[in-house]
Write a protein that binds this ligand. Structure first.
Ligand code: PSU
Ligand code: MN
Length: 308
């Protein structure tokens, strides 16, 4: 009978058993969020950034139906180069495993697998959230409900500005997901530094994030996620006017072409990358690398608290 348990690479399992810092990374940004061939280069750079900050990277994905924590380079190449890799949210994991396919895990699926694997920190670009028109379409990313029940710290640059940011913040509050700004009290808007909303809490250092994680564990009140919102410096953001124009065009194209469901996020990101002639891609990559670096520092600080 097939054994569907999670597969760990040796480096990740050694680090976890020795209490060394590990950072989980998602694969959907590689397969569906970034264009080829940049995506493979970026996937490797993300891992390198985590290593340089003193942690072990664990990119999560599915290869031939096997759920993998810590893809090796050949597996990264395979997912990054594939036209057919499925976009896997939590609910897709079991059917995809049984079908034996290749797939990339979203924030929701990566968080769930990472937490099950004992990884405490996860770096991504931007979370999924409530889509504009959600009042009619009900399109709210499974990222949100999954984070509500998953004990993990996620470093992100807020949610993509393609979403209804205010509604997403309301849902995060309803769902009991903790949210702190990293050196800011404004919620970042992914491509843009300031997403237009205030935050109640802010932290200034990786050690302070580790303290929040420790408090949450000690309280043992709930098992939800902690989001660390890490904005781009203003001088590195996408030009806000270019951003607003591109977004308006993209939303009109969605409506015209009748694009819905899980295709919405990849479509809008692809539109940004082509319509801004690579400007949004460069910004997207900067966001991911900065988040990976901060996540590694947080994992190092958290490990230092538990292994004196
Ligand atoms: N943020 C990015 N690029 C992406 C995504 C987020 O910068 O590709 C992906 C993440 O994997 C996230 C998913 O979990 O989009 C959300 O998709 P949906 O809205 O279909 O839940
Ligand atoms: Mn959706």
């Amino acid at each position: 009978m097939t054994d569907y348990r999670i597969h760990f690479n040796d480096e990740v399992s050694a680090a976890l058993s020795e209490g060394r810092p590990v950072v989980a990374l998602e694969s959907t940004i590689i397969s569906h969020g970034l264009p080829r061939p940049d995506n493979l280069r970026v996937a490797r750079e993300i891992e390198q950034t985590v290593r340089e900050a003193g942690a072990v990277p664990a990119t999560i994905g599915m290869i031939g139906g096997e759920l993998r924590v810590g893809l090796d380079d050949a597996q990264l190449v395979r997912l990054a180069g594939s036209d057919s890799a499925a976009k896997l949210s939590v609910r897709d994991l079991a059917p995809a495993a049984a079908a034996g396919v290749d797939g990339a895990t979203t924030v929701a699926a990566t968080s769930a697998v990472a937490a099950a694997a004992g990884i405490e920190v996860f770096a991504t670009g931007g979370l999924g959230g409530v889509h504009r028109e959600a009042a009619q379409t009900f399109d709210e990313s499974a990222d949100l409900v999954t984070l509500a029940r998953t004990p993990i710290t996620v470093v992100c640059a807020g949610v993509k500005s393609i979403l209804d940011v205010g509604a997403t913040l309301e849902r995060l509050e309803t769902l009991g997901v903790s949210l702190v700004g990293y050196r800011t009290r404004r919620f970042p808007g992914f491509f843009i530094t300031d997403g237009g909303f205030d935050l109640d809490w802010s932290v200034d250092s990786p050690a302070q994030v580790a303290a929040v994680m420790a408090a949450r564990d000690d309280h043992a009140l709930h098992r939800g996620a902690l989001l660390v919102a890490n904005p781009l410096p203003v001088e590195e953001q996408l030009d806000p006017q270019l951003h607003d124009r591109t977004l308006a065009d993209g939303l009109a194209m969605l409506a015209r072409d009748g694009i819905t469901g899980k295709a919405v996020t990849p479509f809008l990101l692809g539109h940004f990358h082509s319509a801004t002639e690579g400007a949004s891609l460069a910004v997207n990559v900067r966001i991911i690398l900065r988040n990976a670096g901060l996540a590694a520092q947080i994992a190092v600080a958290a490990a230092a608290r538990t292994t004196p």
